[in-house]
Ligand binder design. Sequence first.
Ligand code: SIN
Length: 350
Amino acid sequence: MKTFLAICLFILTGISAALYFGFDHTSSSMQVQYDDEQEGLQDEVVIKFSHVVAENTPKGRAARRFASLVRNRTNGEVQVEIYPNGTLYNDQNEYQALKDGHIQMIAPATSKLTDRFPRWQVLDLPYAFPTYQAVEEAYQGLIGETLLEDLPQDQVRGLTFWYNGYKQITSSEKPLIHPSDFERTHFRIMPSPVIAKQFEALGASTSELPFNKTYTNLEVDFINGQENTFSNIYSKKLYQEQDYLTISNHGYLGYVVLMNEDFWKNLTPDHQEVIEQALTETTDWIRRHSIEMNDAHLREMKRSESLEVHYLSNQQKEHWKDRFQRVYRETEPIIGKTLMEEVTRIQETY
Ligand code: SIN
């Protein structure tokens, strides 16, 4: 009997101790301290914006400008968190991450959508848009409008086009002036079939590589060269691994700014309006400033004594264009007659 009573006492003590220590009895009796930094945190909207370039580039600076406009005009209710240099997602997985809602905004080079939407190759046709106004007309006019129609099928919203600049070519082998100079050379390209055809027409071979792997592949001589804007060549130090820069302006590298559609739909109309207005202003800013940023980066590279810079003459450009005729012929069935005719119209206008 004594043993039985001892066991009961033991169990009762255990239950009382569990009840006392097992629950946070302080929370019911103590007032939670007021913390003004926590105020409104639940209402804060966070837009994760991932991109692959450096911050001192047209896209890097535009993204920061956009973020600051949105934060100021929503009194901090909408925060745009920027992840540059591919630190969160790289150019191979950022589109999927956007679709899956892991991030809310990206601004890939338009070439990177050509795998998914082949007619986006129209923007990569060599020498398609001869002046900055021509590029603007392509983005703002029929071509841009038509391409953006592809995106809703992926639950992705195309917000605007952003500008960077004309692409140039670098090489470690020899100056690239005549098409024959490209023979037996190997280039890094963005994943766009028309860009592969462009190099093929010049007699070179290509590998599709992520932007942030370009430097290493130049360093180990897996590739002899690459094409990009001055600002990307400078900010990623690609020129330090190259001996020759050909200023060819043979293609334009620009961006499409994308948002996850479900995320957009869940924003309040007020926030949507602020975002749209901030994007309009940022687009105008990058259009005007991307040219001077690229020029400044060219000036910096010209200081490097190890880099030989060649400007293609108009006559030399004509030789390249002759080679590129077959690229147009091969790409027309993919791009379609309407967009191809629009390219021709723009070329004739400018
Ligand atoms: C970028 O400007 O976003 C990167 C372009 C590239 O992959 O070459």
